[in-house]
Write a protein that binds this ligand. Sequence first.
Ligand code: DGL
Length: 283
Amino acid sequence: MAIGVFDSGVGGLSIHRALVERFPTADLVYLADQAHTPYGRLPGERIVDLTRQGCQRLFDAGADLVVLGCNTASAIALRRLQQTWLPQLRRQRDRPTNILGIIVPTIEAATGLPWTQEPERPPEKAEALETLGVFCTPQTAASRVYEIEIDKRRGDLAVFVEPCPELAQLIEGGASADILCAAILSHADNLTRRVGRPPDRFILGCTHYELAGDLFRAVLPDGAALIHQPGATADALERYLASHPEYDIGSRGLRRFLTTGQPGPQKGLVEAFWGGPMVFEAV
Ligand code: DGL
C-alpha cells in the first residue's frame, strides 16, 4: 500500500519531497488536480467536492492514507470529509483508511504545543506579543483557521494573515523570479504595514509558496524565522504512523506522479525545486 499526497497542483510537491526524505522506502503517489487549479478562490463547496474526488483517485491508486498537501483543502474540506464521507468509505473499503491535513502540524510547530493540549479556557493575552505573519490563499484566509486555533492556544502570539490571491497561480504557471518577487514584496509590505513592523516569524501557508521559498527568504527581513510546514508535516506523519501500525506504507520506494491536467514534463520552477526532471502521468 502507499501514502497518497494531494494538492490542487504542484504546491503539494513541497510536502511530498519532505515525505520522500523522511520515508525513503515508502511507496508514495502524488496527485495534482491541475484541471481545476487554483483552489484558493473557488467556492467552499466546490473545494470539498474536488478534494473528495482527488482523495478517491488516490485511494483507487493504492493509497490507504492520504495527506492533503494543500492548506486550502485542509482548511475548507478536511473536517467535512472526515465527518461525512470517511465513515462510509471505511465501511466500503473494509481496511484502514484516513485523510490527514497539514494545518494541525503547522500550528503545532508555530505554537510549540501538541494539538491535543488545547487549554480549557483561552489563555490571557500577554502585553508583549510575538507576531506571526501567514501568507495564504483567500479561502484559507477566509476560514480564519490560523488565527482561531493559535489564539486558543497562545496568548502571547498575534497572528496576521495576508491573502495572496494571485500567487499560487503564478507559481503553478512557472512565472519568472522577477514577477514572483514583485508579488511577494507587495504582500510582505502589506503585512508590515498592518503589524507596524515586519512580523517576527512567518508561515508560508500555501504549499505552492515553498516552491518559491528562496524568493520569500530573499524578500523577507534578514533573520525572519520561517516555520517549515513540510518538515512539520513529516514529523506529524511519523508520530501518526508510530501510533497506527495498521497502516502499511509499502517498502519499494515507489514514486508516481498523477495529474488531472496535462501530463508530461513539469515547468522549470518545479524541476528546479525537485532537483531533476519530473514527468506527470494522466490519471
Ligand atoms: N497549494 C494549495 C494550498 O496550500 C492550493 C493553492 C491553490 O490552488 O490556490 O493552499
